[in-house]
Design a protein around this ligand. Structure first.
Ligand SMILES: [Zn+2]
Length: 457
C-alpha cells in the first residue's frame, strides 16, 4: 500500500508513531475489567467475529465449526482452511497483520501451518503480556469507547476506572432498544429492566423519559461523552407530544403499534436524545443503512449479530436533512458523526454533513470512517476521496475499529497505510506540493490529533 518513497516516509515518520483513540468499538467491558487470559486463539479471534463466520460459510464450512459445538481446535482448523480462500478480502490482510503485530509470526496461515501457529499463539496468550489490557497497550491505544445500553449498570467500567488502568475505557450511550417499538413485548420487557436500573416506576411517557434521562446523566458521570444509534435511516416524521404520550400508553398495554405510530415515536425519541447530547456537549453518532437479521434460520439458531446482516438501500437524504435542520434551528445540534453502510450514499453523506457546520468547531459535522462492509481498501479509498472532493479531509477524525476483538487494532495501521499511500502518490505525481512537513501534519491530525481535540476525552 506504500507504493512510493514519499508514502513510506509519510507512514513511517508521521503516521505510525501516533497513538490510537478508538472512539467506537464493541469490546467487552467485562473482559477488560476481569483482564483474564484468552484460553486459546479461537476464543480471542473467532468467537463473536461474524466477518470470519461469513467467510467460512461462503467457503462451504458447516455451521458446527462456526458457531456450533465443534471444539475450539476444530473451529480454528476450519478457519485455517478458509484463510487461503480469502485472498483479496480484507480478512486476508487483517489475519496476517494480526499474526505479525501481536504474535510476531510472519508465516502464512493455511491448513499446513495451522497447528504450529495455533500452539505458538496459545502459548503466548497464556502469558500476562497477552491479557486484554496488555493487548491494548501493545497497540498504543489511549482511549476506548465501548458500546453500551442505557440499562447497563456500567459496573465493569467502574472497576476498570477504579483500577487506574492507563487507558481510558469509557461507555457510549446507545439507546437502540429504547426506541425500537416494532415488538411490543420486547419493548415492555426492556422497560422492566429500565425501571429496575433507574429505580423509577414507568407508567407514562414522562416517567419513561425521566428514567432514560437518569441513565444519560449516570453515563455522563462515568465519563461518557459519546452516544450512538444504529438505524436503517433517520426518522423525522411530524408528531405532537400528545400523540407520543398516547402511543406510549398504547404500547404499554402490549398492543402492537402501527408502522406510522412507530415512526412517530422513533422520530420523537431521536430528537430528545439529540437534545440531551447537545446539552452535555457530547458527540452523537449515527450508523445508518444496515439491513439486519436477513436469515431467520441463523437468527433463531444464534440470535442477532450472527453474520446475516447486509447493506440496505434505504433512502437517507430527506429525513437526515430534516432531522439535522430541526436541531440546528433550535441551536440544539451537537457535534455529529454520520456513518453510511451503503456506498451509494457516500456523496449524499459527504455533502449533507457540509450543510450544518456553523463555525463553532472545525469539522463539527463529520462523515464517519468507512464502516463494516466498507472497512477495506476500496471502501476507505472511496470515502477518503469523496470527503476530499466535497469536504475537508484535513478535519476528519479518522479511523476506529468498530470491532469485538482485542486483536483488531492493526486496522488502524491498515487505514494509515492507505491514507499515506494516497498522499504520497499525489505528491510524487505533482498533484500536491512536495511539502512533507505540512502533509505530515495533516496525516497526524487525521490519525490522532483531530480525534483528540474533537472528543476531548
Ligand atoms: Zn459499531
Amino acid at each position: 500500500m506504500l507504493r512510493t518513497e514519499t508514502s513510506k516516509l509519510l507512514y513511517h515518520d508521521y503516521a505510525a508513531r501516533m497513538p490510537v483513540i478508538d472512539y467506537h468499538c464493541h469490546l467487552s467491558p467485562k473482559e477488560m475489567a476481569e483482564d483474564s487470559h484468552f484460553i486459546n486463539l479461537t476464543q480471542a479471534w473467532l468467537y463473536g467475529d461474524h466477518y470470519k463466520w461469513r467467510a467460512m460459510r461462503a467457503n462451504g464450512v458447516d455451521e458446527k465449526y462456526i458457531t456450533g459445538n465443534a471444539t475450539d481446535w476444530e473451529k480454528f482448523e476450519q478457519w485455517s482452511v478458509t484463510v487461503p480462500y480469502t485472498l483479496r478480502n480484507p480478512l486476508y490482510h487483517w489475519t496476517h497483520l494480526e499474526l505479525q503485530r501481536y504474535f510476531n509470526i510472519p508465516a502464512i496461515l493455511n491448513e499446513h501451518s495451522a497447528r504450529t501457529i495455533y500452539d505458538e499463539c496459545n502459548a503466548l496468550l497464556d502469558t500476562k503480556e497477552f491479557s486484554p489490557r496488555y493487548l491494548l497497550q501493545k497497540m498504543n491505544v489511549q482511549v476506548v469507547c465501548t458500546t453500551d445500553d442505557p440499562v447497563d449498570d456500567l459496573r465493569f467500567h467502574k472497576k476498570i476506572s477504579d483500577d487506574d488502568f492507563s487507558i481510558k475505557v469509557l461507555p457510549t450511550f446507545r439507546p437502540d432498544k429504547a426506541m425500537n417499538v416494532s415488538d411490543a413485548n420486547a419493548f415492555n420487557n426492556y422497560i422492566n429492566k429500565l425501571e429496575t436500573v433507574a429505580d423509577i416506576e414507568i407508567n407514562d411517557f414522562k416517567a419513561y423519559i425521566d428514567a432514560l434521562k437518569k441513565r444519560h446523566d449516570h453515563f455522563g458521570t462515568m465519563g461518557c461523552k459519546v452516544s450512538d444509534h444504529g438505524l436503517e435511516k433517520i426518522y423525522a416524521d411530524d408528531f405532537t407530544m400528545m400523540e407520543i404520550k398516547s402511543i406510549f400508553l398504547e404500547i404499554r398495554t402490549g398492543k402492537q403499534l402501527s408502522v406510522e405510530d412507530q415512526r412517530k415515536f422513533q422520530s420523537a425519541m431521536l430528537l430528545i436524545f439529540a437534545e440531551w447530547d447537545c446539552e452535555k456537549g457530547w458527540i452523537q453518532q449515527f450508523h445508518l443503512g444496515a439491513l439486519r437479521n436477513n436469515n431467520t434460520r441463523l437468527l433463531n439458531q444464534f440470535g442477532a449479530d450472527a453474520g446475516c446482516d447486509s447493506i440496505g438501500d434505504f433512502s437517507q437524504a430527506v429525513t437526515l436533512s430534516k432531522f439535522l435542520n430541526r436541531l440546528d434551528e433550535k441551536n440544539n445540534l451537537a457535534k455529529t458523526i454520520i456513518y453510511n453502510l451503503n456506498p451509494a450514499d457516500n456523496e449524499v453523506i459527504a455533502t449533507m454533513t457540509g450543510n450544518f457546520n456553523d463555525g463553532s468547531f472545525g469539522g463539527k459535522i463529520q462523515w464517519g470512517s468507512a464502516w463494516w462492509f466498507l472497512d477495506q481498501k476500496d471502501g476507505m479509498t472511496h470515502q477518503i476521496n469523496a470527503l476530499s472532493n466535497m469536504g475537508l479531509l484535513s478535519r476528519f477524525v479518522g479511523m476506529l475499529t468498530d470491532s469485538r476483538s482485542f486483536l483488531s487494532y492493526p486496522r488502524h495501521e491498515y487505514f494509515r497505510r492507505i491514507l499515506c499511500g494516497i498522499f504520497g502518490e499525489e505528491i510524487e505525481n505533482g498533484e500536491l506540493p512536495d511539502d512533507i512537513s505540512w502533509t505530515g501534519k495533516i496525516i497526524q491530525d487525521i490519525c490522532y490529533n483531530n480525534a483528540k481535540t474533537y472528543f476531548d476525552f
